[in-house]
Design a protein around this ligand. Structure first.
Ligand code: GDP
Ligand code: IMO
Ligand code: MG
Length: 419
């Protein structure tokens, strides 16, 4: 396989990090192409839990090249911290990290603006400055890595933006000292430490033999096909691939698209969630699944798996195959529910509504399946899977008409089954 795209098929945190880490050694390169440090991709490395926010998960393998392409918004401070953290555990990136010269950078005024926006209208963002950095990008006020070289221009861009933010938020920012000079100096200082990695990334990608594209967030958080406005500010589905990498659509014609999904469902932050469990069962999922945000530590909202949403994701991304994670979290449940349709005003609907007002009103229609009530954690052979777990897997496969090609049975690298 030359080109593989691994996407989150729910509202993020599906276990993409674990899956990408597992698959990376088969590829020359692993690429993050959208989002930024709002992502938190967890891997177990040498028995320790490691969370990557900006670097592609493939960096943990020393022969794999790591690319951050133009669609990612980069917080240089956090990037350096992440690089340092890896160096401390013996992972060196000297000749194998590539940062797109066209990638926009996240600056302190973006974060200041996000705080104010979140106080007014709660989306429940990660407060990493992601939304405002994309706002500035599309308003043509952004600053890219390639813009830092021209120091005079950089200063005037920063000054304009700082003044713009101050003007916009005069009341809220009255006691906040946003200084263009400080932002400018800090940016130059940070740039010095990364500049050798900054290149024209699309050229690097085109010349590579095999590439794994690591999606961040999940398709239901996509700015266009997700639950707008309770979404992130990038195309976190396959829609973001071409603009996010700078590669032509044709490049992806022979790519494979895999969607990673949990055996249940979670969401962090606000927004509709038809199958949410505000009950003891929800608490149990959170507790057993350790459902607390990898980036912010917030408790994740938990509920039953929603196949209406999953089918929408499969269709909008052209998903070829699925990877199911965290099946083991369901091990103790006596009965399991799977949402197969919605009920809206007394009628059954099978499509995923585009507007949140409707999505907030739908009631899930569930099919109940028996639980297996035995441990599947760490199972490495399909022959050792209980029959009822296999029935659960087959039921989902048939309902969404897409093969499940891999099962993750625990957080560690070796805890998986290829189907
Ligand atoms: P990502 O953002 O999609 O990479 O997912 P996160 O890392 O934010 O969250 C997934 C969590 O589930 C992490 O704590 C992983 O270590 C853990 N995890 C991944 N796969 C499995 C699995 O199959 N079983 C269990 N129990 N945990 C898993
Ligand atoms: P990974 O890659 C889960 C959510 C936030 C919030 C919304 C907007 O680890 O799966 P943002 O900071 O992006 O403007 O927040 O999106 N969100 C995520 N939820 N996993 C993520 O990434 C997320 N990245 C953003 O909680 O609801
Ligand atoms: Mg995560």
């Amino acid at each position: 396989m030359k080109k593989l795209v691994v996407l989150g098929a729910q509202w993020g945190d599906e276990g993409k990090g674990k899956v990408v880490d597992l698959l990376s050694p088969e590829f020359d390169m692993v690429v993050r192409y959208q989002g930024g440090s709002n992502a938190g991709h967890t891997v177990i490395y040498n028995q320790k839990r490691l969370v990557l926010h900006l670097l592609p998960t493939g960096v943990l393998h020393k022969d794999v090249k790591a690319v951050i392409s133009q669609g990612v918004v980069i917080d240089l401070q956090l990037l350096l911290e992440e690089i340092k953290k890896l160096e401390e555990i013996g992972i060196n990136l000297t000749d194998r990290l590539f940062l797109s010269d066209r990638a926009h950078i996240v600056l302190s005024y973006h974060k200041a603006l996000e705080k104010i926006l979140e106080n007014k209208d709660k989306i429940g963002t990660t407060l990493r400055g992601i939304g405002p950095t994309y706002m500035f990008k599309f308003a043509r006020r952004g600053i890219r890595l390639c813009d830092i070289k021209d120091e005079n221009r950089l200063y005037s861009l920063i000054e304009e933006n700082v003044n713009f933010v101050k003007e916009l938020c005069r009341e809220e920012l009255s006691d906040c000292e946003l200084s263009a000079q400080e932002v400018y100096e800090k940016t130059l200082e940070l740039y010095q430490t990364v500049k050798d990695w900054v290149v024209d990334v699309s050229k690097v990608l085109i010349s590579s033999q095999s590439v794994l594209f690591e999606g961040a967030q999940g398709s239901l958080l996509d700015i266009d096909s997700g639950t707008y406005p309770f979404v992130t500010s990038s195309n976190s589905s396959a829609l973001g691939l071409t603009s996010g990498t700078g590669l032509p659509p044709k490049y992806f014609c022979d790519a494979k698209f895999w969607g990673v999904f949990k055996a249940y469902l979670t969401r962090v932050g606000a927004g509709p969630f038809p199958t949410e469990l505000n009950s003891q069962e929800g608490e149990l999922l959170r507790k057993i699944g350790d459902e607390f945000g990898s980036t912010t530590g917030r408790p994740r909202r938990c509920g039953w798996i929603d196949l209406v949403a999953l089918k929408h994701v499969i269709e909008t991304n052209g998903i070829d195959a699925l990877v199911m994670t965290k099946l083991d979290v369901l091990d103790t449940f006596e009965r399991l529910k799977v949402c197969v349709a919605y009920r809206l005003d007394g009628k059954i609907i099978e499509h995923f509504p585009p507007d949140i007002m409707t999505l907030q009103r739908v009631e899930p229609v569930f099919e109940e399946l028996p639980g297996w009530q035995t441990s599947t954690r760490g199972t490495r052979s399909i022959n050792d899977m209980p029959d009822k777990a296999l029935e659960f897997i087959s039921f989902i496969e048939e309902q969404v008409n897409t093969p499940i090609v891999m099962l993750s049975t625990g957080p560690s690298r070796e805890e998986y089954i290829l189907l």
